[in-house]
Design a protein around this ligand. Structure first.
Ligand code: NAP
Length: 259
């Protein structure tokens, strides 16, 4: 399928590894110039080299903490008129809510709610004026199924989801869409780290916990990042302009609801 976005410019946050990187790679494969954002130069440059090796697009990197104002300034200085924005930052640490004070909550809300909102605030009017925009927020299945130990994620991401539900309707008329992609468990550092945390919490071997988890999951496996990247690219396609304000679950069927 031709997505019709060749020559477009994308900012992909949290793009040196994992799901963000897979989104960048899938967009680059569609001919989209990508600006990759993360905090670590070495892994960013590795991603840059690997994406360049399999595509013909411009691949820029910005070393920035997307959860800071300065970081967002730097990203938008490097790509001031993005057609596509993929919002993503690291997930908050797992733990027990009894241990979380205002600082932990403010950090989580800043990372997993406000940073995406502020990137949208700074880019969406320009997209609307230019008549094209695709915004994808990487959130989590925790929005629909609260995950044990991930209360900070369950809470902060629900806030982002509520805000997106409202604002998405304001821009679809201008061919700007805003959607959320909700990963279940994927084969990334974060996904595997969470399984290790769950195993430790239950005092069991990580391998045993993983085997039990996979046996109980409908797909019998973790998600592959490339599958996630492909879904992101589809949402960014020219023909996805009638799809906005949606929460798309990618979890191998793990969410048990009918809708
Ligand atoms: P990952 O493999 O740990 O990769 C995270 C990426 O984001 C890295 O490139 C990291 O690079 C970058 N990053 C982290 N914090 C950043 C910041 N403040 N500013 C800029 N870049 C930042 O994680 P992932 O599995 O791709 O997960 C992506 C998101 O989806 C996370 O929010 C995660 O909680 C959520 N999620 C993942 C899963 C899963 O199974 N993988 C499931 C549900 C939700 P640097 O560290 O160098 O900055």
């Amino acid at each position: 399928m031709q997505l019709g976005i060749e020559g477009r410019n994308a900012i992909v946050c949290g793009a040196s590894k994992g799901l963000g990187r897979a989104c960048a790679q899938a967009l680059a494969a569609e001919g989209v110039n990508v600006t990759l954002v993360a905090r670590t130069l070495e892994t960013l440059e590795l991603a840059q080299r690997e994406i360049k090796a399999v595509s013909k697009v411009a691949v820029a990197v910005v070393v920035a903490d997307i959860t800071s104002d300065n970081g967002r300034d730097a990203v938008l200085a490097a790509c001031s008129k993005p057609d596509i924005l993929v919002n993503n930052a690291g997930g908050p640490p797992p733990g027990d809510f009894r241990d979380w004070t205002q600082k932990e909550w403010f950090d989580a809300v800043n990372s997993n709610m406000f940073s995406a909102i502020d990137m949208i605030r700074r880019t969406v009017d320009g997209m609307a004026a230019r008549g094209f925009g695709r915004i994808v927020n990487i959130t989590s299945i925790s929005v629909k199924t609260p995950m044990p130990g991930l209360g900070l994620s369950n809470g902060a991401r629900a806030g982002l989801t509520g805000w997106v539900a409202g604002v998405a309707r304001e821009f679809v008329r201008d061919n700007v869409t805003i959607n959320n992609l909700l990963p279940g468990l994927f084969d990334t550092d974060r996904g595997c780290g969470y399984l290790a945390y769950r195993a430790r919490s239950e005092g069991v071997d990580v391998g045993d916990y993983m085997a039990r988890y996979l046996a109980a999951s409908p797909a019998g496996r973790l998600g592959n990042s490339d599958e996630f990247g492909a879904a992101c690219a589809f949402l960014c396609g020219a023909l996805s302009g009638y799809m906005s304000g949606q929460n798309i679950v990618l979890d191998g069927g793990a969410f048990p609801g009918t809708f």
